[in-house]
Design a protein around this ligand. Structure first.
Ligand SMILES: [Zn+2]
Ligand SMILES: [Zn+2]
Length: 264
């Protein structure tokens, strides 16, 4: 069995295909998925997916790239975290990749939004779904400043769609976080990432699609969906001399441990 730890099933392009995707997931032995929230405005739609299907779960949070949307307070996130089938806060983090003419100093609003999510995570005990792009130094520093230092009081979470260096992977693991690989792991130019997947502990790995983006090879360039997550497992299997189903089993068990017993 495989679990997609990060998908945007409510996005245009996927939601219209819901029935087909759900059938394809069953056929591909993808037994569960975490539906990720990127704005407060979107939450009800993401949450409805989790309420309608016992194998879907939801997060609550506002993506660092979401601009012109309602800014979440800690109280907002606590209220959403208390809803049934919400098992994570995020996706949250920092993204300095598209500054659109601004400087890193101008992105204080992103850092503040990230701190709000970490504070809510610590108050609820829910793990964090971290998005970090071109911003790993600040991402790690803020996690530590807000008490996510790998100690017993940390809530932890996952660095999703991991594309950072081995040093960042080690730092994330030291903080107690999991690392999730997307279809990028199957891309020709991702040899550095495959090296990380080859050495890091398998009991801290998750797999995801981040669909509708980043379809894994041999589907690269198409619209992604959760039924394609076994292709990421297959890549890990070849790097670790495991079978696809062994990678499915271990990453599913990791998902269940991180999100506290959610699998049926
Ligand atoms: Zn992301
Ligand atoms: Zn995402």
């Amino acid at each position: 069995m495989f679990v997609d730890s990060h998908c945007h099933l409510g996005f245009p392009g996927l939601i219209e295909q819901y029935a087909t995707i759900r059938a394809d997931m069953r056929a591909a032995d993808v037994g569960a998925a975490l539906c990720i929230c990127t704005t407060l405005e979107e939450f009800d739609q993401v949450h409805a997916l989790a309420l309608a299907d016992e194998n879907f779960w939801a997060s609550a949070g506002v993506h660092p790239d979401s601009e012109g949307v309602r800014e979440p307070s800690v109280a907002d996130l606590l209220a959403l975290a208390a809803r049934p089938r919400v098992v994570a806060l995020g996706e949250t983090g920092l993204d300095y990749y598209r500054l659109n003419g601004r400087t890193v100093a101008d992105m204080e609003w992103q850092r503040e939004r990230f701190r709000v999510h970490i504070q809510a995570a610590r108050l609820t005990g829910l793990p964090l779904v971290i998005h970090t792009r071109s911003a790993s130094v600040d991402t790690l520093a803020i996690l530590k400043e807000e008490g996510e230092d790998g100690s017993a009081g940390s809530v932890g979470g996952v660095f999703h769609c991991f594309t950072e260096t081995a040093e960042v992977a080690k730092a994330a693991l030291d903080l107690g976080f999991y690392i999730s690989f997307s279809g990028i792991l199957t891309f020709k130019n991702a040899s550095d990432l495959r090296e990380i997947a080859a050495w890091m502990p398998v009991d801290r790995m998750l797999i995801e699609t981040d669909s509708p983006y980043l379809a894994p090879a041999p589907h690269r360039g198409k619209t992604n969906n959760p039924s394609l997550v076994p292709w990421v497992a297959k890549q890990i299997a070849s790097l670790r001399q495991l079978s696809d189903s062994e990678v499915g089993a271990v990453t599913s068990a990791n998902f269940d441990r991180l999100f506290k017993g959610v699998l049926n």
